[in-house]
Design a binder for this molecule. Sequence first.
Ligand SMILES: NC(=O)c1ccc[n+]([C@@H]2O[C@H](COP(=O)([O-])OP(=O)(O)OC[C@H]3O[C@@H](n4cnc5c(N)ncnc54)[C@H](OP(=O)(O)O)[C@@H]3O)[C@@H](O)[C@H]2O)c1
Length: 299
Amino acid sequence: MTRRLIVTGASGFVGGSIVCQAGDAWEVHAFSGREPPIRRDGLVWHRLDLLEPGQVTRAFHELRPNAVIHSAAIADIEYCQTHQDEAWRVNVETARLVAELCREGGVRLVHVSTDTIFDGEKGGYREDDAPGPVNYYGQTKLAAEAAVVATAVNWAIGRLAIVMGLPFFGRGNTFLPKMLVALKEGRQVGVPQAEIRTPVDVVTAGRALLELAGNEFQGRIHLAGNEVVRRVDMARRIAAHVGFSPDLIVPNDPSVIPGRVARPRDVSLDNTVARTTLKTPMRELEDAVDLVMRTKMGN
Ligand SMILES: NC(=O)c1ccc[n+]([C@@H]2O[C@H](COP(=O)([O-])OP(=O)(O)OC[C@H]3O[C@@H](n4cnc5c(N)ncnc54)[C@H](OP(=O)(O)O)[C@@H]3O)[C@@H](O)[C@H]2O)c1
């Protein structure tokens, strides 16, 4: 039986992956502030403003979905720091509204969160480790998690590690396209030396979030790759794997870049729960790069 799924932030980097990979099991209702980048059977595009509660509530009541994946957020860390009221409204208040609507309608909610809720002092974070965001983006994402936990009944929170990949709809919050352009032109790319992550590819992230929408897992779950890597080594390995010189990747110290907001040092995530609970495999880096490169994008 086809079930109805709402995806918020549908034209974003992660949202695009969800929309493009939802198979026939879902009738997908994409909530977006933009014009539809694609048209296909089983996909209905709703152009609406998530900051207008009336619009969102009306659409929910009309659609009566089985599940929602809430991926919309302001994910730009610098922008969140300098536009705190807006970031709070988008990242926290929208999550609370979606959670309330899900509770009222008996709808399953998959909320998309981030590794950046941790302080980065320890690394190897498990789902029940104490959070401690070091920037405003992280604070909003942590507050959004709290709103979901306090409000929703049937919920999962998928915490994504840094997401690696190409955007399905040609835009979104991702470092890889810019890096590939620079490498093709033979230009050097500066990458933070000290930051340690467990990158997950955007294809796997989308599949895992869709799986969570369709299963009964309750609680927080870390969607992260199988390897703990420094960002600079991640970039070097990706460059080498797709045929460029890793020497073009040069380590930098982002703390000296004017205006760059603090990032947690090591927010590597322990993905044991994902590996033992989900059918979607978590991957090693080169395997993930191969998956990204062979997956058909939406545009
Ligand atoms: N990319 C990563 O490395 C990463 C890592 C960890 C967690 N995450 C989480 O993953 C989720 C998706 O992020 P992303 O990387 O895909 O970011 P993205 O490419 O910027 O997409 C986010 C989408 O959210 C919607 N949105 C943004 N600002 C909005 C506003 N003011 N009002 C209404 N909607 C707004 C937009 O959707 P439309 O364009 O369709 O309107 C936007 O495309 C977020 O919850 C983020 O915290 C991302």
